[in-house]
Design a protein around this ligand. Structure first.
Ligand code: PMT
Length: 229
């Protein structure tokens, strides 16, 4: 069996959108397909890591060789990530947050389908902030993963906004990507990444999402020396 650089390392990856219910049949969602996050989970597993993927609702099959936990809302995603984080006494080695988490959920989603009443105004939807999963995990006092990688989905000033997120959320690297409609990043097959870290910025060419994932996994592997049994 060939040597794998991430053998013995534990990784958490988030992927896909979150769904925030308005009532039992309606929801707030976004255009994330999970292609990028799922590819990252698979690429880390291919390098030997023990990977748990926490995914919002997607149509992709769970990647082979990865433990997949399916969630719907941002709050469920945070709880699932924290369960992975707390599962063992030693901190996770790697956490990559590729999910497009809804920043807001619906305050008191209705237990029954909202009815259209003739002549009545449409219902008002009141939004409340969701927890920031990346920031919560990155700022954990005792169980912070050794390497925390976030994404930044931006439609303008991509690198400047990513630098601000790097500082604000407390992660080590940010994969900044342009998600303006013309880029086709949300749901599409390719991505153009600027890897922003405390030492500078590495701008990668446009690659398909599998190649982005392999490049990121290789980059992560260079940060860790092999674990000896
Ligand atoms: O799924 P695909 O169709 O393949 O598309 C991939 C992608 C565009 C979704 C992906 O490459 C990407 O950019 N993911 C992050 C999307 C996002 O929500 O970015 P953000 O800039 O709003 O958030 C910044 C970081 O904080 C992200 O790592 C995000 O996962 C995390 N976050 C955000 C809000 C929140 N409440 N909790 C979080 O953990």
């Amino acid at each position: 069996q060939s040597w794998k650089p991430l053998a013995g390392r534990r990784a958490l990856v988030t992927s896909g959108p979150t769904h925030e219910p308005i009532d039992p049949v309606r929801l707030i969602a976004n255009r994330s397909s999970g292609k990028q996050g799922h590819a990252i989970a698979r690429a880390l597993a291919e390098l030997g890591a023990e990977v748990t993927l926490v995914s919002g609702p997607v149509t992709l099959p769970p990647p082979i060789g990865v433990t997949t936990v399916a969630v719907e809302t941002a709050r469920e995603m945070l709880a699932a990530c924290q369960r992975v984080q707390m599962a063992e006494t030693a901190p996770l080695d790697i956490a990559v947050f590729a999910a497009a988490v809804a920043d807001w959920g619906v305050d008191g989603s209705a237990p029954q389908k909202l009815k259209k009443t003739p002549g009545a105004p449409p219902p008002a939807i009141h939004l409340v902030p969701n927890p920031d999963i990346l920031a919560t995990i990155a700022q954990s006092a005792t169980l912070r993963p050794a390497l925390v990688v976030g994404f930044a989905a931006e439609t303008e000033q991509v690198i400047d906004h990513a630098r601000a997120k790097l500082a604000r959320k407390g992660c080590d690297w940010i994969c900044a990507n342009d998600v303006s409609p013309a880029s086709g990043t949300f749901g599409g097959d390719s991505n153009t990444i600027h890897l922003v870290h405390h030492e500078g910025v590495e701008s990668w060419p446009t690659l398909d999402k599998t190649a982005v994932a392999r490049r990121l996994a290789d980059r992560i592997a260079t940060r860790f020396s092999p674990v000896t049994a």
